[in-house]
Design a protein around this ligand. Sequence first.
Ligand SMILES: [Fe+2]
Length: 304
Amino acid sequence: MNTAVLEKEDDVVVSIIEAAPGKIGAEVFGWDVRNFTKESSEAETLRQLIYRNKIVVIRGQKELSEQEYVNFAHAVGRPQVYFQPQYHHPNHPEIFVSNSLNEEGKKFGVSGTGRYWHTDCSFEKHPLSFTAVRPIFFPKSARATSYVDMARVYRALPDNLKAYVNTRMALQEAWPRYKVQASDLDRSIAELIENFKAECPPCPHPAVIEHPVTGEKILYISSGFTSGLVGLSYEENQKVMKELFDFVEQPEFIHTHFWEDHDLLIWENRALIHKGSKANPGEHSRMYRIGIYDDLPFYVGIDK
Ligand SMILES: [Fe+2]
């Protein structure tokens, strides 16, 4: 059963509904994130909710300018500026724009992002702790983002697969997901891959990580970015990774958030993989993401 907590602050009733045991996703009503500051008790409450519930849905954030959204991210942690500038909001580089509709012929962000299982920036040495997402508009047919709790998956993993991942590193690679840009015209695929690999080289992380706050063990792989386990042959990797991903992506593990107008979501990237839904042709979406570092070690045993 969910726990409901009611607080009274400045005559505003704040209602926090935490996830049932073994489930993920807290829901908060009554917060105005424009009031958050680094020192505010709400920012600390939010961080603790994220660690405990893995996703926090903050409802009713109707009035929130781009600058106020960036200020909110600064209150929660340290906003990321994504390494590829084509994703940046033109006036706020902290905002990563996923957008299928350009206005007045001007390109604005990148379309069709993240429609495969992944965790944000796992291919970097210091991956992203939290992701915040605020939709600007949705397609009618696709108003959902799906998640898998990889701590729960690890607990349920059969012993033969646990034996493969327990002491091995997994290689995280971004290059197969590179999105071709207008400036790439007349360059070969081989050259594009080579250049992107030089900019963003394959990065190993333990296949099982330990969360620095909760101590949970988490299977840290995704079919979007993990190419294999270090030390296995190509053939063995093909077989084992397929078994792992088939296990991870079973419907019983999938939690789906159906977006409502004015939702602001923030989730924990250490423990979750996620996947965006695909809109029908002719429909459009625009989502503003801000990556936020909590500045704790990403997992036990790695430097900050
Ligand atoms: Fe993502």
